[in-house]
Design a protein around this ligand. Structure first.
Ligand code: FAD
Length: 446
């Protein structure tokens, strides 16, 4: 505590009186690769039990001008939850209340409920929660704050499509309730949707009403090696002209090899440079899609048994783990699906020009490609120019600089550069919500 007080006009005694305060060094990091993550500042951790405590804490922090950072599961990839200014980090780990309203097909979740917990609870009530960002420890608050996506987004949408209601605390401590349990709401400006994707900069989400779906159907899975990226992505486009599969994941050859190594599972073929893992809810869809794969020169089409399905999902799910320590970062530009092949080609030209090796895989069904530029000696000298060029290509293609990971600390410069007018508007909104700039200072629009 003394460090926080030292040299500061503010006193945090009031906070100390009412809250248990922790020092947890690991909360200074999230899953952003260390190469690019900012160094955490000096911070204290508070673990409020409910929205009232958060409200009380924010009221004091706002009066005293103390920086507040919010941390959910800490699985973020844009350094959004890293405390970058001396202050207090609010962990939502004690906000665990969850209740299922079966007839209305909604879950009322406190912010710290994890993806894994919500999915299990929904299944126990004969329902499902379709979004599947890749880490089950992500929290509802964090997923809403980043508008998380995942492999099933092409069919089932992203977090935004599941948030019907929100309870949040504004920087001055006011509690607000937005939306509710209805599927429709045209009652004025949708502040609810403004908070979705706001990355802890406008308000702290304490509770959400989450839309649930009927149970998932049985899965059919195809694993398909192609010789070229063009063939693989033409197959994706052809399939989505006649049906929307649950997921269509693209992996370049080296990504498959990394997934094999980390998971200990084997991919279906040693041949091919571009691989697609396609998931369907109906067998006849898988069969129809398999024909399209052959029509686009697939080397072969493998139908996975239930055990193989689990293995292949594990292989795909573990690629990030295998590449994380070798990569400078994980880029997640998103382009229209008909432009993915062109995006990858243009990216390769840029990579060659800079001499940067990039491993790519991602959600081919929605255009969100994860590119991992690999670390090399002296990367710091050229990397930022390279990255700007890659993201500029996505913007030129009517794409986005982030499809699902958010801006956080690490993409704010590109947000400002590529969308200057919007950036100014976002800053004005930030000022309106948080005139003293206490919430997640330095992130997204600063
Ligand atoms: C292996 C792996 C795979 C992944 N796969 C995917 C994927 O497929 N799709 C995808 O979208 N993401 C993916 N992610 C990224 C990550 O899981 C998501 O960004 C997730 O939404 C972050 O949730 P969290 O609870 O961990 O948030 P944190 O990392 O704790 O925080 C993220 C941001 O949200 C803010 N925040 C957290 N809680 C709140 C709250 N209650 N109120 C206001 N702001 C809050 C934080 O301040 C921060 O800005 C993956 C990450 C890993 C490690």
């Amino acid at each position: 505590m003394s460090e926080l007080r030292k040299g500061e006009e503010v006193s945090v005694e009031e906070i100390l009186e009412s809250f248990e305060v922790f020092r947890i060094e690991s909360y200074g990091y999230d899953e952003t690769p260390k190469t690019i993550a900012p160094k955490p500042s000096d911070f204290l951790v508070v673990k409020p039990k409910n929205a009232e405590e958060i409200s009380k804490l924010l009221k004091i922090a706002n009066e005293k001008g103390i920086a507040i950072f919010t941390r959910g599961g800490g699985t973020g990839l844009s350094a959004g939850a890293i405390p970058t200014k001396k202050g207090i980090l609010i962990s939502t780990e004690r906000l665990k209340g969850i209740e299922i309203d079966v007839k209305n097909k909604v879950a009322i979740c406190e912010a710290g409920v994890t993806l894994g917990e919500l999915s299990k609870m929904a299944e126990r009530h004969g329902l499902s929660f379709p979004p599947r960002p890749g880490d089950e420890n992500a929290t509802i608050g964090g997923m809403i704050a980043t508008n998380a996506g995942g492999v099933r987004a092409m069919k089932y949408g992203v977090m935004r499509n599941y948030v019907l209601g929100l309870e949040a605390v504004l920087p001055d401590g006011r509690k607000i309730k937005l939306g509710g349990k209805t599927l429709k709401n045209s009652s004025g400006y949708s502040l609810l949707h403004l908070l979705v994707g706001s990355e802890g900069t406008l308000a702290i989400i304490t509770k959400a009403v989450i839309r649930l779906m009927p149970p998932m159907k049985e899965m059919s899975m195809l694993a398909i090696p192609f010789r070229t990226i063009d063939d693989a992505l033409d197959y994706v486009i052809d399939t989505t002209q006649i049906m929307i599969p649950m997921a269509m994941e693209f992996m370049e050859k080296r990504a498959v090899e990394i997934g094999e190594k980390v998971s200990g599972k084997r991919w279906v073929s040693r041949e091919g440079n571009a691989h697609i893992l396609a998931i369907f809810e109906r067998r006849d869809e898988a069969e129809e899609s398999a024909e399209l794969a052959f029509a686009n020169n697939a080397i072969d089409v493998f139908v996975a048994s239930p055990k193989e399905q689990r293995d292949l999902l594990e292989l795909r799910g573990k690629i990030y783990l295998g590449v994380k320590d070798k990569a400078i970062e994980i880029l997640d530009a998103c382009v229209p699906i008909a432009s993915i092949a062109e995006f990858l080609k243009r990216s390769e030209e840029v990579s060659k020009r800079y001499g940067i090796d990039v491993i790519s895989y991602g959600h081919a069904g929605d255009g969100n490609i994860h590119q991992h530029p690999l670390i090399f000696d002296g990367w710091q000298k050229v990397y930022w120019k390279f990255r700007e060029e890659i993201l500029r290509i996505a913007v030129e293609m009517d794409g986005a600089i982030s499809g699902e990971h958010g801006i956080g600390e690490i993409k704010k410069e590109e947000l400002r550069r590529f969308y200057p007018e919007i950036f100014e508007l976002m800053k004005e909104l930030k000022r309106l919500f948080d005139p003293k700039g206490i919430l997640n200072p330095g992130k997204v629009v600063e």
